[in-house]
Design a protein around this ligand. Structure first.
Ligand code: AMP
Length: 294
């Protein structure tokens, strides 16, 4: 039975999770309040008893995973995320399971979802957006250097750490380059998908550049550029014709960066290293502090 235990989040993680490679079980954790609900279960605040280390414990129900046929996807997600180490990528410390559930031991993102913050504020100021985009760019440089394509960048998959730093928190659609069929299934939310995926063509890590452009637009304008609430078809057509309309309040530098990322031909999108040097980023993000928080 879960022992419900509420504790002070603010005093957390001056500790290290003990024996990172050990075989975990539920008995190793005190379980606190629910942090949120996902598609296949819930996420709880939890503390490892031995070290006092505070984590987020994601509980997934095996029956739900089987019903949706996502067991292989979860295995791939765990394998990929478990091997990544970057300040802007949510750590997956380990996992364990019992008869009916799988538990993922995740880094706690103390400030919750970026999506909620964007909803609360409507849109971000350009300096805030620039810092988030710089952090995303650094995380993607790291991911691509590890030959991982994320493929599902959107505010719902981004979490915020204790100091407001951005953390990519969901690797459900990520793949390793060269491992899978590059014509693989349509994935992610239509609003964030690049032309090559919606048209079912081969795709590479350049899909993440397109999604970064959509993310920047949504941060500054409050909604993704090709969204049509009534028609999936319209969104599809607007994506493949790159029917981009940028509102007047968006600065010249930000518009330029958006236009250089939302390019139909994937090979012509601005590479990650050039994003970091783009005037929209350099205007707000001091040299050498690319992964810092707000
Ligand atoms: P998910 O199943 O990943 O969609 O998670 C469901 C909800 O739990 C999210 O929307 C977040 O609000 C919360 N959550 C998930 N992972 C974490 C985490 N590592 N730290 C804090 N909150 C989280």
């Amino acid at each position: 039975m879960l022992f419900l235990y509420l504790f002070d989040q603010s005093t957390n993680n001056n500790y290290r999770l003990s024996q990172e490679r050990k075989q975990w079980s539920l008995c190793d954790f005190e379980i606190g309040r629910a942090l949120g609900k996902g598609n296949f279960g819930q996420v709880y605040l939890a503390r490892e008893k031995q070290s006092g280390f505070v984590v987020a414990l994601k509980v997934l129900y095996k029956a739900e995973l089987a019903k949706s046929k996502v067991e292989r996807q979860l295995r791939r997600e765990v394998e990929i995320q478990g091997n990544l180490r970057h300040p802007n990528i949510l750590r997956l410390y380990g996992y364990f399971h019992d008869e009916s559930r799988v538990f993922l031991i995740l880094e706690l993102a103390a400030n919750g979802e970026l999506y909620k913050e964007l909803q609360a504020q409507g849109q971000f100021t350009e300096d805030v957006a620039a810092r988030y985009i710089a952090q995303m760019t650094n995380a993607l440089l790291y991911l691509h250097s590890k030959r991982v394509i994320h493929r599902d960048i959107k505010p719902e998959n981004l979490l915020l750490g204790l100091k407001g730093e951005l953390k990519i928190g969901d690797f459900g659609w990520s793949v390793r380059t060269g491992v899978t069929d590059r014509r693989s299934t349509l994935c992610g939310t239509l609003d964030y998908l690049p032309p090559e995926i919606v048209e079912g063509r081969r795709h590479t890590e350049k899909v993440d550049l397109w999604s970064l452009g959509i993310l920047l637009y949504e941060m500054l304008c409050g909604k993704p550029p090709f969204e049509d609430e009534n028609s999936y078809e319209t969104t599809y057509r607007r994506i493949i014709s790159v029917d981009l309309r940028i509102p007047n309040h968006v600065s010249r530098e930000a518009s330029d960066l958006i236009r250089k990322l939302l390019v139909y031909k994937s090979g012509e999108r601005l590479p990650l290293r050039r994003i970091i040097q783009h005037p929209f980023i350099t205007k707000y993000v001091p040299q050498g502090r690319r992964t810092s928080s707000r």
